[in-house]
Design a protein around this ligand. Structure first.
Ligand SMILES: [Fe+2]
Length: 174
């Protein structure tokens, strides 16, 4: 066998032995492409929740300020796991704030005069929308038997529904 052909075979064997997942190339691409906007939404929702935590006012200030801080911590905790799932299966993820801006589906809010009710209602809607996006990624991962990602997403759906529940309950009282 020619030397170049032997080298090529050796390289191919090496590629196989270096594989970090048994998921197909298409599965890795599709799952990474679904995790990327999910991560961008996490950063958008995290910053909006912090924004409202910082700019909250009114007679329930303390309760809402503290609640949104708890929510922000929970949202931020998802970010590393989402990015590292993409890397663990051999995909790539977000690299910068501009990357977040080009992939986020949840809208920023730079308004300076929002009431407490408007802030909580917007977070409720965003969390609801985020649950829908989590379900879509879950369905895709399920199609490809990516059990690890689906099981992480199941926990995040439960957490997101809990945040939505709290916000909804508060909004019925305002
Ligand atoms: Fe704070």
């Amino acid at each position: 066998m020619a030397k170049s052909a032997t080298n090529q075979l050796a390289r191919r064997d090496n590629t196989v032995s270096m594989a970090i997942t048994d998921l197909s190339h298409d599965a890795v691409t599709e799952i990474s492409n679904s995790l990327r906007p999910l991560l961008a939404d996490v950063f958008a929702l995290y910053l909006k929740t912090k924004n409202f935590h910082w700019h909250m006012s009114g007679r329930h200030f303390r309760d809402y300020h503290l609640l949104l801080d708890e929510h922000a911590d929970q949202i931020f905790a998802m970010s590393d796991d989402i990015a590292e799932r993409a890397r663990k299966i051999g995909g790539t993820t977000l690299r910068s704030i501009s990357d977040v801006a080009s992939h986020q589906r949840l809208k920023d809010n730079n308004e300076e005069t929002l009431t407490a009710e408007e802030m909580l209602a917007e977070l409720r809607a965003d969390n609801l929308h985020f649950t829908k996006s989590l379900r879509e990624t879950h369905a895709l991962c399920d199609e490809h038997d990516d059990i690890a990602t689906t099981s992480l997403i199941e926990v995040w759906i439960d957490q997101t529904e809990r945040r939505t529940w709290f916000l909804s309950q508060i909004l019925t009282e305002i």
